[in-house]
Write a protein that binds this ligand. Structure first.
Ligand code: ZN
Length: 94
């Protein structure tokens, strides 16, 4: 069984490049017991809570997540991310 650690917090606002909404909250998910309060950071892949677009975190905001970005994620986390994206209007990347 895989144990997941989930942590929601406020973060400095960033704008989704697709829908233009400001995102100032983050729910991080980690499978690492040493990272029990994961917070979104540069290089992470995330999903816009408003439009479901898969995004990568950059030093100045977000860019669209690439296939390489998505391939770098643990398969269990990628499945969660895709499901969240689809529930929020994102396009299927499976
Ligand atoms: Zn968006």
């Amino acid at each position: 069984m895989t144990e997941a650690f989930i942590f929601t917090t406020q973060v400095p606002p960033r704008t989704c490049p697709v829908c233009g909404r400001a995102l100032d909250g983050s729910t991080g998910v980690s499978l690492d017991p040493k990272d029990r309060q994961p917070v979104m950071g540069i290089g992470d892949v995330t999903c816009c809570a408003y439009c479901g677009t898969l995004l990568s975190v950059t030093t100045i905001g977000f860019r669209l997540a690439t296939d390489d970005d998505l391939a770098s994620i643990d398969p269990a986390l990628r499945t969660l991310l895709f499901a969240f994206s689809l529930q929020h209007g994102g396009r299927s990347r499976m």
